[in-house]
Ligand binder design. Structure first.
Ligand SMILES: [Zn+2]
Length: 369
């Protein structure tokens, strides 16, 4: 008997799927993997200072990497200055060939005079120290302001960054750029918002309101940067942060120096499997494998570094399984839906797992054994 008129709190709703469908676990991927998007160290961001937090050292990570055939992890948030030096020491220098580290702009100094040349010079210095690329967090466009935490927002396509983008290109350092976020983060957090639970778990992820630019506005600014620096290779994190693959395709068609990583977005790709499959066919040379993994990142189930996370990505890419979880969590953390595998052929898998990232990083494009 069902009692009438009684509501069920959303957090108590844990529907168990009654579907009886194929389950094809993929313990080991068909080719060796470069995880192009991970966070193994963390720098203080907008605050001045050069210290860096080491989230996990190499020896803590290698057993999982070896079990899941991850040959190289790219640590994007390697910081700058002395922090970068520490980040380089703890991963690539301690475990040669297994880790690569990217540098970041000095956000605390973006408003200083002479900043344009300073940021460019620092990228060059980071390159000499061993950094292999440049990472730009969504701080640019959403948080970085003229006077630290006050003043107007600094635009993604602010010309003061032009020398930095150019120098990265000249040095063969790919730029991983994260601009904007899921579209629902820019909408009112009301009962029609498909990420209501996620935004309640992380209220600071909501960018709704007059103080923030719109989602498309941010993406168009990123597009102008990519267009202005055709010799620099840009990897737009999280599938360019657009659920709208038609828009991403339009950008990829127009800008041959644009690429995307799939990190933290198989929840989006996997709920539109037919469109995704066509997208992978068309752009198979410009899509990079990445997970956004954070060791111990329990607050973000879709990013917790571990064997289970890799198995979900491999299942999505390699099988045609239906209706499975996109994250290791009892409630889907980004929204209450499940995903479908896209069953990529070997030729595409080899590029996505290895060759596309290897080319950008100046490594051998043939995967090792
Ligand atoms: Zn990330």
């Amino acid at each position: 008997m069902i009692a009438e008129g009684r509501g069920l709190p959303l957090e108590d709703f844990r529907p168990a799927s009654m579907l009886r469908v194929a389950r094809t676990p993929i313990a080991v991927p068909r080719f060796p993997v470069i995880d192009f998007h991970t966070h193994l160290t963390w720098s203080p961001g907008l605050e001045p200072g050069e210290t860096i937090q080491v989230i996990a050292g190499g020896s803590e990570l290698l057993p999982t990497m070896d079990a899941k055939r991850v040959r190289i992890m790219v640590n994007l948030t390697g910081g700058y200055g002395d922090g970068l030096r520490d980040a380089l020491r703890v991963h690539p220098q301690a475990h040669p060939g297994r880790f690569l580290t990217f540098t970041e702009p000095w956000w605390s100094r973006v408003a200083e005079s002479g900043c344009a040349q300073f940021q460019a010079d620092e990228v060059e210095r980071a390159h000499r120290a061993g950094a292999r690329g440049l990472k730009v967090l969504k701080i640019l466009g959403l948080f970085a302001r003229e006077h630290g935490n006050s003043g107007s927002l600094i635009a993604v396509d602010d010309p003061r960054f032009d020398p930095m983008w150019e120098v990265a290109g000249a040095l063969g350092m790919p730029v991983v750029i994260h601009v904007s976020d899921p579209r629902a983060f820019f909408l009112p957090v009301d009962s029609s918002n498909e990420r209501w639970e996620e935004l309640h778990a992380h209220p600071d992820w909501s960018f709704h309101g007059p103080e923030f630019p719109g989602n498309l506005e941010l993406q168009e600014a990123r597009r102008r940067v990519i267009e202005r620096h055709p010799r620099t290779q840009f990897v737009c994190a999280h599938v360019a942060d657009a659920e709208d693959l038609a828009y991403v395709s339009e950008c990829l068609d127009a800008h041959p120096n644009m690429h995307v990583d799939i990190s933290a977005r198989i929840g989006e790709l996997g709920r539109q499997p037919r469109t995704s499959r066509r997208f992978f066919d068309l752009y198979q040379d410009r899509i990079l494998f990445g997970t956004d993994a954070i060791p111990g990142g329990v607050e973000y189930p879709q990013q917790v570094f571990g064997e289970e996370l890799y198995e979900i990505y491999y299942r999505f890419l390699e099988t045609e399984d239906e209706y499975f979880d996109y994250a290791p969590a009892s409630v889907p953390p980004q929204g209450r839906w499940r995903i479908y595998g896209i069953g990529l052929p070997d030729g595409v898998l080899r590029k996505v797992y290895w060759a596309n990232a290897a080319r950008l990083l100046g490594l051998d494009e043939s995967p090792p054994e």
